[in-house]
Ligand binder design. Sequence first.
Ligand code: NAD
Length: 322
Amino acid sequence: MPKVFVTGVIPDIGLELLRKKGFSVEVNDSGKDLTKEGLKKVLSEYDAVIPLVNDKLDSEVLKAASPKLKLIANYAVGYDNIDLSAASQKGIVVCNTPGVANESVAEHVFALIFACNKSIIDADKFVREGKYKRWDPNLFLSHQVWGQTIGVIGLGRIGTFVGQIAYGGFRMNVMYYDVKRAEDFELICEARYSTVHEILKEADVVTLHVPLTEKTRHMIGRDELKTMKKSAILINTSRGPVVEEKALVWALKEKVIASAGLDVFEFEPEISKELLALDNIVVTPHIASATFETRETMSRIAAQNVIDVFEGRTPMGLVKTG
Ligand code: NAD
């Protein structure tokens, strides 16, 4: 009976699928991440592992994998926590859960846009602190998002959803950059394929949806932030290191840009005190995909990836063959 280890508590639906197929499933329900040693132990004892994004499966950890470890079925869309070439060298298949978070992350992007633009956090505090004494026509004024320009950097599954909501829901002008051009999207959303520089210069909202790779690490640094409009909002729900945190702190402090809505952080879960001290940010703890719907689908797909590999089929979340 193949043994599967899940490094954190995920919805039962996927675990039940695995058990029904005869897998033995164990879950780390300690509420704590596994240590490096803990991860090595799991990789050396199990036939498949379902890790969370917190689990860094680098080359050192992957060296501990036993030959029986067939697959790592990441419980995430991104897979930058796994050293793909080290996994390949060991013959381990790597999978993810693609496409499950489009709606949830896109909704979160708009939650962050509106929280930033309409000062929702500050307005809430204002009311709670008993400062709402009279209706004031000048209180918490903002420009409407309707008709503004949004720049989507990384037009994959999530970026496309964001662009469609922006265009269809708020009549925003859509600019986008991706390594691949998307002519259908241009037609549907009247979108403009632009360079990163053009987006930074013109967009009122810049939203990042690239994966973390060596090319996208620090894609947004001091120079890029300097190019943005003073009134612009930067939204990052992709991966923290895509934005250089030090440069962002500087830009927000010096009001080089207006505000930032951040769900991910360069050194998460560590966040610099300087960043948290700023009042022109809205921050959430990497929860853009945290809906019941998405989590259940992630659980189902991660489990199905495991089942497919063991039954000799190509899994829908295949990232790299072993
Ligand atoms: P995707 O693979 O569908 O899209 C990524 C897009 O980025 C692709 O179109 C690709 O061509 C493009 N790209 C890659 N390198 C690029 C570069 N250097 N410059 C410009 N474009 C580039 O992925 P997705 O499902 O849309 O997810 C995007 C990212 O969002 C994931 O990789 C993950 O890191 C992140 N994510 C975060 C959460 C969260 O909870 N915050 C949830 C899901 C996904």
